[in-house]
Design a protein around this ligand. Structure first.
Ligand SMILES: Cc1cc2nc3c(=O)[nH]c(=O)nc-3n(C[C@H](O)[C@H](O)[C@H](O)COP(=O)(O)OP(=O)(O)OC[C@H]3O[C@@H](n4cnc5c(N)ncnc54)[C@H](O)[C@@H]3O)c2cc1C
Length: 456
């Protein structure tokens, strides 16, 4: 083995899972995730075989002053780590449902798909998000706004216990009674900051079926459709969670004829009330603009990935998220005019918040800005480089919402955030508390997070 693999060789003596150094075949694949604009360049990558490996890798790195980052799918990759140890969690993929308690113990390597499938065997559902391919643990640590969000709140509001490996290499069972500060911080305070979560216990909900899917509306022929969606969100009950993604498709070969050269709003809807009532709730949207495709149907929750029908191929993209307390048709029109005119591929994502998201959970947590009514994300897509023009457009778009901006979304930002930007994701006082706790639990800054809290 070459000198480049010195760290990997040394670490390999302490763990049972495979370890890759920069000169080991498989290193590039191991460090790469879904997001293509960022990549870690660690001195060693360890595929943890069990929690013992996680503890050993963290302790080994901490003793040497090396940093540690964690990766499952790479959906949240941002600001890759240079050097240090990257811990991969995909082998820790157990999901154990306790139907009597209505809970699941979810290991760090489980995606939402695994949790959804296991819960469905008992007629239950987790508070999973738009994409079943996202990691359940990291999503939940960052708050987690899912398909049932307006009915049940943030995923982080329904965590009962977290198993965490802290910078001292200790495995802790973090519960409300045992470790109230850490328990508060981990639920919404983000992933990767306080340690490596090896498993968590979460609540499940009796939602075996939903009425859901997407209406693809032709904004070219019905430019007022976004305003109609907005007004409709003001009338719907909490059992309805919806979002819109707006894309101006180029007139290019390879695209379906129906989409070519059109501005399209994909309105995605998840109704968790009685399924037979869903069509009537959604009906007003059908007349908002010509419908290009309609995928709405009653479905088992196991098919809920079809609601937003997101792509999971590796891609390079950046997003700028904004949380607003109010949204009007004029600012939405200005936003889409801006993104339509861009000389590169853009999308605007909107999520309707409120309902249970706005209410305090039974045990307080770090989730910020519950007063936000909508989350907006402006996405730009890039092959390999995020250009100044793309960054400029995202910031220009965010500035359109001025006084109605209440903060930044934590999870739905997509891409790296600076320490100052992360601060905007929390309520006053909460960020200071998180910084204090970071200094207490990770005083030497062992953990490299995609959402840095406190000095790094
Ligand atoms: C297509 C798509 C759809 C999405 N939909 C939603 C949605 O509907 N609602 C929502 O709230 N969010 C959504 N997100 C955001 C998503 O929740 C976050 O990006 C989340 O961090 C992804 O977690 P991951 O484990 O899949 O990704 P990774 O990139 O593997 O992890 C992201 C970061 O989390 C940390 N981390 C990962 N595992 C651990 C661990 N075990 N312990 C400690 N830290 C850890 C690391 O810092 C890592 O860099 C979506 C993202 C994408 C790309």
């Amino acid at each position: 083995m070459s000198e480049k693999n010195h760290t990997a060789r040394s670490l390999a003596r302490h763990v049972s899972g495979p370890v890759y150094g920069p000169a080991t075949p498989g290193y590039d694949e191991a460090r790469t995730g879904m997001q293509q604009l960022d990549r870690h360049r660690p001195d060693a990558v360890v595929e943890a075989a069990d929690t013992g490996d996680v503890r050993a890798a963290v302790a080994w790195a901490a003793r040497r002053g090396a940093r540690v980052s964690v990766q499952l799918t790479g959906h949240g990759l941002g600001a890759g780590m240079e050097g240090g140890v990257l811990v991969l969690t995909h082998r820790l993929d157990g999901v154990r449902v306790d139907p009597a308690r209505g809970t699941a113990r979810v290991e760090a390597g489980a995606t939402w798909r695994a949790v959804v499938d296991a819960a469905a065997e008992h007629g239950l559902a987790p508070l999973s998000g738009s994409s079943p391919e996202v990691g359940a643990v990291s999503y939940t640590l960052g708050g987690g706004v899912g398909l049932l969000a307006r009915r049940y709140g943030f995923a982080a509001d329904h965590v009962r216990r977290v198993d965490l490996v802290t910078a001292d290499g200790r495995q802790r069972e973090v519960t409300e009674s045992g470790d109230p500060d850490l328990f508060w911080a981990l639920r919404g305070g983000g992933a990767g900051t306080f340690g490596v979560v090896t498993a968590m216990e979460i609540d499940l909900f009796p939602v075996p079926r939903i009425y859901g899917g997407s209406l693809y509306l032709d904004l070219t022929a019905g430019p007022g459709a976004l305003g109609k969606w907005l007004r409709w969100t003001g009338t719907v009950p909490e059992e309805l969670t919806s979002g819109v993604s707006v894309v101006a498709y180029p007139d290019a070969d390879g695209l379906p004829e129906t989409l070519r050269g059109r501005r399209v709003a994909q309105v995605s809807v998840a109704w968790s009330g009685p399924p037979e009532e869903g069509p009537a709730v959604v009906e007003p949207l059908r007349s908002a603009a010509p419908v290009l495709f309609d995928t709405l149907r009653e479905m088992p929750y196991t098919d809920s990935g079809e609601v937003f029908d997101e792509h999971h191929d590796r891609a390079g993209f950046r997003g700028r998220g904004v949380l607003v307390d109010r949204l009007d048709g004029d600012s939405l029109a200005a936003l889409t005019a801006l993104t339509d005119a861009a000389p590169f591929m853009c999308a605007v994502w909107l999520r309707h918040l409120g309902g249970a998201l706005a209410r305090a959970p039974r045990s307080a947590n770090a989730v910020g800005h519950r007063d936000a009514a909508y989350a907006l994300t402006v996405l730009t897509f890039a092959g390999s480089e995020d250009t100044d023009a793309m960054r400029g457009l995202r910031e220009e778009a965010a500035a359109l919402f001025g006084a109605h901006t209440v903060g930044r979304p934590f999870n739905l930002g997509f891409g790296p955030m600076t320490e100052a930007e992360v601060r905007e994701a929390f309520d006053p006082g909460a960020h200071e508390r998180l910084v204090r706790l970071r200094a207490e639990y990770d005083p030497h800054g062992v953990f490299h997070s995609h959402r840095p809290i406190g000095p790094c």
